[in-house]
Write a protein that binds this ligand. Structure first.
Ligand code: NAG
Ligand code: NAG
Ligand code: NAG
Ligand code: NAG
Ligand code: NAG
Ligand code: NAG
Ligand code: NAG
Ligand code: NAG
Ligand code: NAG
Ligand code: NAG
Length: 555
């Protein structure tokens, strides 16, 4: 070695140089590969406006889905629920309501004697100042009902819980918050809110959650006494059919699994709602498979379609049970087999082999079970084909029956709440679209950190909370914006679905005790919903780039 280096230093150096170059090339290519690996994303799963969705849905008749990469618009987005339809107990607490109760207090309670003493949290006047404070601060929230405040951790603190809904959400679904307030006493002995804690800070006002038991899991023997479920808790239990008499008196519509399985969510919903619509048209109970398969397009870590998902991860099963007559497939098949065996006569069933047999033709059918089998090759085996053509005049898809999972929406509320509902948001679409220069020539450049920084300057005030909803997987991509805004990304809230979260506990219970992954579809659903709650919303298409959403020359 030494010998060579002394006799031929140049050659040695050349070799060194070459090997350095080779190594650099190697490092560089690994880097490039890594960058490609982390920035590559399958078709970006982004939201379509409900109008676009409806159009896509209605235009699609026989064809397969093209616009299947978006987050669903579900019942709570589509149907504006009038306040009249809201439950009586949920009348909003408006300024007028607060003033009225204030008036009442003035007339009924004796003048304050506790001036200078510790604040009495159960004094109704404490609640009144808190209600007024909330109305002033949280303009996008409708407050529905308050609990009597309880003591906080210090003498002048009170914790109070209430239910609310967001004005941006059209459904009357209620969420809970509980916060800690510092109460001051003014010179005239009236109360004033001296400070308010953050989202879910009033832990003394939080009601104890009863321990949920494993009756929530799919399958398994039924617990005859399900645990009591509070109104703000989620009742995901699977309804039972019950006795033989009840079963044989029922009328069922059963769809076998078809080609829709493992397709995108929009395809799933379009198909599922067709089946549910037919069941309603036929006045039958729909037999539903809670098992789902998440299409690979939602960026599953495995890169493949993932089976073993549960409808209840994504949608509100409790609401569905209230809106539609359904029975879970596993339950149904068990009962069917059982009663078929024990009865002398088999349970009458009509098998329907083709979607071409219309719901109208089945209207008069008296069999206990109508079983649609979807055995034909694709695309003949899609459920939604049942609702094609003239059937559309008879069968209505019950959109109002499907809402997003409340567990996901709780995460949305939590994120928005932590920013005190006071944030702006920018939607940054990158992923595959940014890489496709043919269809989106400027998108990549227009969503570069520098371009974002410049464009946002004109639209979002400095130092606002800025939520970035994006399919850009590289967390530090937006760091440049941090010199100008308080940047929030979905991953900043990881603990909301991490292994110490309520979401984790509850979904685990649904999954027979196995942890549930917070998957790509859930991420997009939460990201999108937070985006919708922003005060100022900056969209990629229209606001950041002149490229068209669906590619060149489509707008
Ligand atoms: C759907 O298919 C039917 C026959 O299969 C055809 O008559 C109809 O025109 C098709 N509709 C569209 C929109 O292509
Ligand atoms: C606090 O106020 C409530 C309601 O006015 C009253 O019933 C209670 O006795 C008060 N408690 C104290 C310690 O003053
Ligand atoms: C709440 O605090 C007040 C004063 O700090 C005290 O008198 C009262 O007993 C407390 N109430 C409860 C339920 O702890
Ligand atoms: C679940 O229910 C069973 C009986 O149904 C009971 O023995 C068990 O303690 C319960 N578990 C929890 C965590 O409440
Ligand atoms: C949960 O919902 C089912 C109907 O699906 C109902 O039978 C049951 O009583 C509910 N449980 C509670 C505790 O409300
Ligand atoms: C629907 O079915 C239920 C029982 O399954 C029956 O009581 C009711 O009359 C039916 N309604 C119509 C409109 O057929
Ligand atoms: C990229 O965007 C910057 C502004 O951020 C602009 O100056 C530049 O011309 C753009 N480049 C291309 C190739 O469009
Ligand atoms: C939660 O996850 C962390 C790391 O992923 C692990 O260290 C911890 O033990 C887990 N906790 C529980 C309760 O599973
Ligand atoms: C989740 O469950 C674990 C164990 O059952 C419990 O210790 C933890 O407090 C629960 N977390 C939440 C947020 O409910
Ligand atoms: C985004 O573009 C739309 C349509 O041009 C416009 O109405 C909206 O005000 C823009 N948003 C912002 C924050 O500038």
């Amino acid at each position: 070695m030494k010998e060579t280096s002394s006799t031929d230093p140049i050659g040695q150096n050349v070799i060194k140089l070459i090997s350095n170059v080779c190594f650099s090339v190697f490092v560089f290519s690994v880097l490039v590969f890594t960058v490609i690996a982390i920035t590559y994303q399958p078709p970006d799963p982004w939201l379509e406006s409900s109008k676009a969705l409806t159009r896509a849905f209605t235009e699609v008749e026989n064809a397969t889905f093209k616009t299947d990469t978006s987050v669903l618009t579900t019942g709570e987005d589509l149907v504006a629920v009038s306040p009249a339809a809201a439950p009586l107990a949920a009348l909003p607490i408006t300024e007028a309501v607060v003033e009225k109760s204030e008036e009442k207090l003035k007339n009924s309670t004796p003048p304050v004697s506790s001036c200078g003493e510790a604040v009495n949290c159960s004094d109704p006047r404490v609640l009144v100042v808190i209600e007024k404070f909330n109305l002033k601060v949280f303009k996008s929230i409708v407050f529905l009902d308050y609990q009597t405040p309880v003591n906080g951790s210090k003498p002048n603190e009170c914790d109070v819980a209430w239910r609310f809904r967001n004005k941006k959400e059209k459904s009357w679904r209620k969420y809970r918050d509980f916060r800690r307030f510092r109460i001051g006493v003014k010179e005239d002995c009236s109360y004033v809110v001296a400070g308010a804690g953050r989202w879910h800070s009033g832990i003394n006002a939080r009601r104890q959650r009863p321990k949920l038991n494993s009756t929530l899991s799919t399958g398994g023997p039924k617990n005859p006494n399900p645990p009591p479920v509070r109104d703000d808790e989620i009742n995901d239990t699977i309804p039972t059919v019950g006795s033989e008499v009840a079963f044989s008196k029922g009328r069922y519509l059963y769809y076998s699994r078809g080609g829709d399985y493992c397709k995108g969510m929009n395809h799933f919903l379009w198909s599922f709602l067709c089946g549910l619509g037919e069941a309603q048209f036929l006045n039958r109970t729909f037999v539903m498979d809670l098992g789902m398969c998440l299409s690979a397009q939602y960026n599953n870590p495995s890169g493949m379609d993932e089976e073993g998902k549960d409808f209840r991860y994504y949608f509100d099963f409790e609401h569905l049970k209230e809106e539609a007559s359904i029975v879970e497939e596993g339950e149904f098949l068990r009962d069917w087999r059982k009663w078929d065996k024990t009865r002398k006569k088999k349970i009458p069933v009509r098998k329907v082999a083709s979607y071409k047999i219309t719901p109208m033709q089945l209207k008069k059918d008296k069999n206990t079970i109508i079983w649609r089998q979807f055995d034909a090759p694709e695309p003949e085996n899609y459920w939604y084909r049942v609702c094609e053509g003239p059937v559309a005049k008879y069968v209505q898809r019950p959109w109002h029956a499907v809402w997003k999972s409340k567990r996901l929406m709780n995460i949305v509320s939590e994120i928005s709440g932590r920013m005190d509902w006071d944030f702006d948001a920018v939607h940054v679409v990158r992923g595959a679209k940014a890489q496709n220069k043919e269809l989106w020539p400027h998108l990549d450049n227009d969503t570069s950190p520098a371009a974002l920084f410049e464009k946002l300057k004109g639209m979002v005030q400095p130092w606002r909370n800025l939520y970035i909803a994006t399919n850009e997987p590289f967390y530090n991509y937006f760091d440049k914006l941090r010199s100008q805004y308080k940047v929030h990304l979905l991953d900043d809230y990881k603990e909301l679905w991490g292994n110490t979260s309520e979401w984790y506990n509850e979904t685990k219970l649904l999954n027979g005790g196995k942890p549930v992954e917070f998957d790509g579809y859930m991420r997009v659903a939460v990201d999108t919903e937070v985006l919708y709650r922003a005060k100022t919303r900056v969209e990629t298409f229209y606001n950041l780039t002149k490229d068209c959403k669906d590619g060149i020359n489509t707008c």
